[in-house]
Design a protein around this ligand. Structure first.
Ligand code: NI
Length: 395
């Protein structure tokens, strides 16, 4: 890597540090739910417009795309940030805590947006040095299926894109580390809903009822066999029942129980077989006990599978810019991300920027009412984007 570029980019990110933090805090104070990011998208659009040199568009109602087209031909690299918040009531008490009751940036997407604005500002000033094109995706609705990424892809944002990268601030990963995963990184998150219908009645006369609670409990227990007994132990699969609702009081057997949950997998062939395996168990148990059922299964996002070559460039960038000790070659996890929608169209890499800090008490998990990120991570994210751009596109 050209030494003078390294110094300039790092200094540029340092100089912009306060602005990036300011943007993040503004977004944190004004969170909006998935598909409702109207003020957020307008803020991003206006901020990008103030940088100059960018071609702006609104691929969907609440998303923004910026194109930075250099004077010389080359590849097109897309950088993505998500912008949506969650339906959580914030319990943090810092001065820039959410001003919207019941809505909170509890996953760090405020930071993602601020980091990408930072990268866009610096790169827009370096337009003459860009070979090819840098495309910035400010995506809505990562948290809510069917997700904003798929909508943006449908709107054509990936047309002509050669490579795509994105990052997630990650509080379980300590500040200063960058997490890189080769191959499968995040799972396909599928969802199911089940109602077990029995026959309600007096709790003292169970023989006159079909006890939906007792039957549903057996269904839950037997569903666990799919992972433990019916699946190759070397395949990755999670089946979690996360809701079980039935009954109103101590002396009434309820007529039905509502259950829902999630299934997480990486392998497409295994994934396809799960609804049928589940239904076989549900049908067998309910029939055996004279109950009936309604079962609905929804396939969610595709798994995030990082491209070998793109990931190698990210790994090299991390080593060169932050040193060997910053690199954390992580295992995959069973979380989900709609970043996978972009990867259907071009090879890509999704990576983590460590944002946790025990000394500062920044230890709460993502989607927690007291979640936050160490803002020092924002500068690290901006630097990673900047260096990655020149590594992928060349100088
Ligand atoms: Ni997230």
């Amino acid at each position: 890597m050209n030494e003078s570029v390294t110094v300039d980019l790092n200094k540029a990110a340092q100089d912009l540090r306060e602005d990036v933090i300011k943007w993040r805090r503004h977004l944190h104070e004004n969170p909006e739910l998935s598909f409702e990011e109207e003020k957020t998208a307008q803020f991003v659009y206006d901020t990008l417009e103030s940088f100059g040199n960018l071609e702006l568009s609104r691929p969907t109602k609440t998303s923004v795309m910026a194109r930075l087209i250099g004077p010389n031909p080359g590849k097109t690299l897309a950088l993505r940030a998500d912008m949506d918040a969650l339906p959580i009531h914030e319990e943090n008490t810092f001065e820039f805590a959410s001003q919207v009751p019941g809505v909170m940036h509890a996953c760090g997407h405020d930071g993602h947006t601020a980091m990408l604005l930072g990268a866009a500002k610096i790169l827009s000033g370096l337009k003459d040095q860009i070979k090819g094109e840098v495309r910035f995706f400010f995506q809505h609705a990562e948290e809510l299926f069917p997700g904003g990424a798929e909508e943006m892809v449908q709107a054509g944002v990936m047309d002509g894109v050669d490579l795509v990268i994105g990052t997630h601030l990650w509080s379980p990963l300590e500040l200063g580390k960058i997490g890189v995963v080769y191959g499968p990184m995040m799972a396909a998150p599928d969802t199911f809903w089940l109602t077990v219908n029995g026959k309600g009645g007096h709790a003292a006369l169970p023989h006159q009822t079909v006890d939906s609670i007792a039957v549903a409990a057996q269904v839950v227990t037997n569903l666990q066999h799919i992972v433990s007994r019916n699946t190759d132990p070397l395949d990755n699969l999670v089946l979690s029942v996360t809701q079980f609702v039935g009954g109103t009081t101590h002396n009434v057997i309820p007529g039905s129980v509502d259950i829902c949950g999630t299934v997480r997998s990486f392998d497409a062939n295994l994934r396809k077989t799960i609804p049928e395996k589940m239904e076989r168990v549900i049908k067998g148990i309910t029939e055996a006990h004279e109950a009936t059922y309604d079962f609905k299964y929804e396939f969610g996002y595709r798994p995030v599978i990082n491209d070998e070559e793109v990931t190698a460039v990210i790994e090299e960038t991390v080593r060169e810019v932050f040193g060997e000790e910053a690199l954390d070659l992580m295992k995959p996890n069973m979380g989900g991300e709609d970043f996978s929608a972009y990867m259907e169209k071009a090879p890509g890499c999704f990576f983590y920027v460590g944002a946790g800090n025990e000394e500062k008490g920044i230890t709460y998990p993502h989607h927690h009412a007291r979640f936050t990120v160490d803002e020092d991570a924002l500068e690290i994210g901006v630097k990673t984007f900047l260096h990655a751009v020149f590594k992928f596109l060349g100088k």
